[in-house]
Write a protein that binds this ligand. Structure first.
Ligand SMILES: Nc1nc2c(ncn2[C@@H]2O[C@H](COP(=O)(O)OP(=O)(O)OP(=O)(O)O)[C@@H](O)[C@H]2O)c(=O)[nH]1
Ligand SMILES: [Zn+2]
Length: 311
């Protein structure tokens, strides 16, 4: 039977068949995976697998996973447990939503750009969802408008919602209908509150943004997939602070800043990293205001964080 992984807790997986039957499944032997990736987890949420009911008992919903289908995409981050190893967060998504907010606690451009770069590298379209609209004062709305213009210009969709008042939630639902959407965001942005709006009855725990630091507490630990009531699936990811730029090399990086792409062929040197090289078309575009300065600052900072030995 073909099934999709909805949850993984290490050695056990929750798999749902196309008919909607739910199994607790585990891996039989060593799975052959047709990918050039070694990760700490062989199977991730969103994976499509072949399962066989265990022990021939038609009443027990235990199963063995015997095969895994080729992924059409996946997103990885550095393993939380093992240094220099990758952990597959989720597979087979149609899109990702990054939940952001301009206050309590404000999402930095650097954080957004890292997420956008990672998603671009894995060919996953991103929608930026700004939450907590209800508490935005005039200056916050101005900040939002500025960010909306910046990211929409590059080609990203940007939404403004409130989990508190449900303002904008219908638009969010419309974007998710019949698609598999990964939702991410740093702790405290209101991801759990939004998911509770999308999946009434689920009642994910939400935590008040903790004390003086303004940073939320982590309440979620495992990526998990849910069926949306109006069609489509939602993948909730743990309160990841940052998606690592695990697989990206320095020369590749500018390709994932989508607005830089048209200039890359114009640089004098074809291995230009767009920092100090003469005749750099990217820097010229920044100086002429065609590329946003803050995006360029993000670029330079991510470039610096990429290990030299990967270059
Ligand atoms: N004013 C306002 N507060 C909100 C909104 N959405 C969430 N919050 C509050 O923000 C805090 C964090 O919300 P959560 O839903 O727990 O945030 P989270 O992103 O899931 O955080 P983690 O569970 O730590 O990953 C809580 O105090 C929520 O009540 C909103 O739209 N407006
Ligand atoms: Zn250049």
């Amino acid at each position: 039977m073909q099934a999709t992984i909805y949850r993984s807790t290490g050695s056990w997986y929750t798999a749902k068949t196309t008919e909607g039957e739910v199994f607790q499944a585990r891996i039989k032997g060593v799975l052959k995976i047709d990918e050039d990736i070694t990760s700490t987890n062989p199977i991730a949420v969103g994976d499509v697998v072949e399962i066989v009911r265990e022990g021939g008992d038609a009443t027990a919903n235990n199963a063995m996973i015997t095969e895994i289908s080729k992924r059409h995409n996946y997103i990885v981050r550095s393993s939380p447990h093992k240094k220099n190893q990758k952990h597959i967060v989720a597979a087979n998504m149609d899109q990702a939503m990054l939940i952001c907010t301009v206050k309590e606690p404000r999402t930095s451009n650097g954080f957004m750009d890292r997420f956008l770069v990672t998603a671009a590298a894995y060919h996953i379209p991103v929608i930026l969802v700004f939450n907590k609209k209800d508490i935005y004062k005039e200056k916050d709305l101005d900040k939002f408008a500025e960010l909306q213009a910046l990211y929409e210009d590059i080609g990203y969709k940007v939404l403004l919602v409130s989990a508190e008042t449900t303002d904008g939630i219908d638009l969010l639902k419309a974007e998710m209908k019949d698609k598999t959407t990964l939702m991410s965001g740093h702790s405290g942005v209101g991801k759990s509150s939004l998911i509770n709006r999308l999946l009434p009855g689920l009642d994910l725990r939400t935590t008040a943004v903790s004390g003086w630091s303004g940073k939320g507490l982590h309440t979620t630990t495992y990526a998990e997939m849910y069926d949306l009531p109006d069609g489509g699936k939602l993948i909730d990811t743990p309160g990841v602070r940052e998606f690592g730029i695990v697989d990206i090399t320095k020369p590749e990086l500018s390709h994932y800043f989508l607005e830089m792409q048209p200039y890359l062929q114009e640089c004098q040197f074809n291995n230009c990293l767009h920092i100090n090289e003469p005749g750099c078309a990217v820097k010229a575009a920044v100086n002429e205001g065609e590329i946003d300065v803050e995006r360029y600052v993000s670029y330079a900072s991510i470039l610096e964080s990429i290990q030299e030995d990967q270059y």
